[in-house]
Design a protein around this ligand. Structure first.
Ligand code: GDP
Ligand code: MG
Length: 573
């Protein structure tokens, strides 16, 4: 037994001992043993002592250095770095727990010159993150908005909601009069009398208890503009046609806008009290625009009314409610509110005031609201009769005070459950719009100008001319005016004597024009500004060169040259 114990000890200890021996001696003995060579200098003891001193120092230095770097590498943690579509360098560094300057240095190596506060895109960030050995988790900007608009409602939660109606039609056919007449039929406000309409939408409660929400959009352009922002809020379009005037250009436009939005139309043939009213003529005229009214065997309801005499208004309301029934308009009132900003203004003494249309859910006083890039707590809420209310349900237009600033009409809004969440979403949106703005900045270069001319957006070349003398200013202006044709020409925004200054740049910027300097230069601030704003400055000292260049630009405008170089055919397999 003792024998085996000893043996065990020995076999256990032997490798340990050799390790211990090896560790402190890699400097000299080890190296020498490994090379197996014995040089003359090594053989001479004196020489060796001198050398070893230096090598000891070197080894210590090496050790010291390795101690500095090794612990860092040892505790290096591979992180999951969440990167959105754009991120500031500082934020990226923070998320990787690296120093900002190091990240900037790495970016420089990639040829990306940025400061800490500047943003880089996710592709660039990915290169950096992998260079530091972290894992990237790319998230879309929109990911923050997940859950902003709540889930779809369950069928059993849905209750019918009031229809949202937009009134359209040719000017002076009686849109405003009709809306006013409707308002007077409201069981509450109508009786109170003298309602001052102060918001761009209102709800009418009929004697039957049914409600209709009218949106007071000035014309179909606003309707389409809202739609282009993704705010398809209108359920039904009431198209007003004056019985004595018939289908007019804006009537046709309104039809096309409503059709493009796939919103059902109800025809209100107005001014039926007029002696020359002829509804049959209207029916036939509408037929030419594919509007087949009921009277002609079609599907489209047409009601003959008089706004000023308040005749047949209830028939029109019935038609709206009938159409609404067909559409089965439903919403869940028992959830947090969501909807659309109809309009928003900054009012003195009241702050940001927004008119909201609730599409689903119920908005309560004190709710935290995110609308576009703004958020706030609902402090005061009032209905279209200027009455303060505690809550508002689906289909209701409501005026809200308490937002931080004014959102944009057509923005959607939703209630979120915390201020932190509100901040998170709005900060993301602000950042996104800042990026969009900064990318849209480089306007006004000659190339872009040409593309605007090509697309017919620009028929005039806007110029700011600065020269050294009055004589040259006049000579240049006179010659430039002469070279224009009736299709394209120069538009002299401003001309004057003296150096090019910031005001010249801002003027050119606002009109997306060029700045021409004749025998004058731009001052430093103007130069900076032109770089920043992407405004082009051209310098000349020979008047003919200036004229020739402008002529070339104008002729370039007249005939944008398109060249095609045929490279070959390919077939997609
Ligand atoms: P809008 O431009 O479509 O908003 O039209 P308005 O509502 O401003 O009406 C234009 C003009 O038509 C006004 O002078 C109204 O008094 C008049 N008007 C509107 N509806 C009627 C109606 O039913 N009968 C008559 N006789 N005039 C009307
Ligand atoms: Mg009007």
């Amino acid at each position: 037994l003792p024998d085996t114990e000893e043996g065990n000890e020995e076999t256990e200890n032997r490798p340990k001992r050799t390790k211990q021996e090896k560790r402190p001696t890699p400097r000299r003995g080890e190296a020498r043993r490994r090379t197996g060579k014995l040089t003359i200098s090594q053989a001479l003891n004196e020489e060796e002592r001198v050398r070893s001193l230096a090598s000891v120092r070197r080894a210590r230095e090496r050790e010291r250095r390795s101690q500095q770097t090794q612990p860092q590498e040892a505790i290096k943690i591979v992180r999951d770095v969440v990167v959105p579509e754009v991120i500031t360098v500082q934020e990226l560094a923070n998320r990787m727990a690296e120093r900002g300057v190091e990240v900037i240095r790495s970016l420089m190596k990639l040829g990306v010159m940025v400061t800490l506060q500047q943003t880089i895109d996710a592709d660039t960030a990915e290169l950096i993150v992998s260079e530091y050995g972290h894992n990237i988790r790319r998230v879309s900007e929109a990911d923050v908005e997940i859950g902003f608009k709540g889930k779809d409602d369950a069928e059993e939660d849905l209750l019918s909601r009031p229809p949202i109606v937009t009134v359209m039609g040719h000017v002076d056919h009686g849109k405003t009069s009709l809306l006013d007449a409707f308002r007077s039929t409201d069981v509450v406000g109508g009786e109170a009398g003298g309602i001052t309409q102060h918001i761009g939408a209102y709800q009418v409660e009929l004697a039957s208890g049914d409600k209709i929400t009218f949106i007071d959009t000035p014309g179909h352009e606003a309707f389409t503009q809202m739609r282009s922002r993704g705010a398809n809020i209108t359920d039904i379009v009431v198209l007003v046609v004056a019985a004595d005037d018939g289908v007019m250009p804006q009537t046709i436009e309104a039809i096309d806008h409503a059709k493009a939005a796939a919103v059902p139309i109800i025809i209100a043939i107005n001014k039926m009290d007029r002696p020359n009213a002829d509804p049959k003529r209207i029916h036939n005229e509408l037929l030419q625009h594919d509007i087949v009214v009921e009277q002609l065997g079609g599907e489209i309801l047409a009601v003959e009314v008089s706004a000023t005499e308040k005749k047949n208004l209830e028939k029109l309301e019935e038609a709206i409610l009938l159409q609404a029934e067909i559409l089965e308009l439903k919403a869940n009132p028992k959830r947090s509110a969501e909807g659309i900003i109809l309009e928003a203004n900054l009012e003195t003494g009241r702050g940001a005031v927004g008119t909201l249309l609730i599409q689903r859910g119920t908005l309560n006083l004190g709710d935290i609201l995110v609308a576009g890039g703004e958020w706030g707590r609902v402090r005061v809420m009032s209905n279209c009769f200027k009455q303060n209310v505690q809550k508002a349900g689906p289909g209701e237009p409501i005026e809200v005070m308490g937002l931080g600033s004014t959102p944009i009409a057509g923005d959607d809004f939703a209630v979120v459950d915390s201020e932190a969440r509100a901040r998170e979403i709005t900060e993301f949106r602000t950042r996104r719009s800042r990026v969009q703005r900064s990318t849209a900045k480089s306007r006004g270069t000659i190339d872009q100008m040409f593309s605007e001319i090509e697309s017919g957006e620009l028929q005039e070349l806007p110029l700011v001319i600065k020269a050294d003398t009055h004589g040259s200013v006049e000579a240049i202006s006179a010659s430039l005016k002469k070279i224009g044709t009736d299709e394209v020409g120069v538009q002299i925004l401003h001309s004057g004597v003296g150096g090019i200054n910031e005001s010249d740049i801002s003027l050119a910027k606002a009109s997306a024009g060029l700045v021409m300097g004749f025998n004058v230069r731009a001052n430093a601030q103007a130069k900076d500004m032109s770089d920043r704003e992407g405004v082009n400055i051209q310098y000349y000292s020979i008047i003919y060169n200036l004229i020739d260049d402008i002529r070339d630009m104008l002729s370039g405008m007249l005939a944008p040259e398109s060249r095609e170089t045929f490279l070959g055919n390919a077939e997609i397999l």
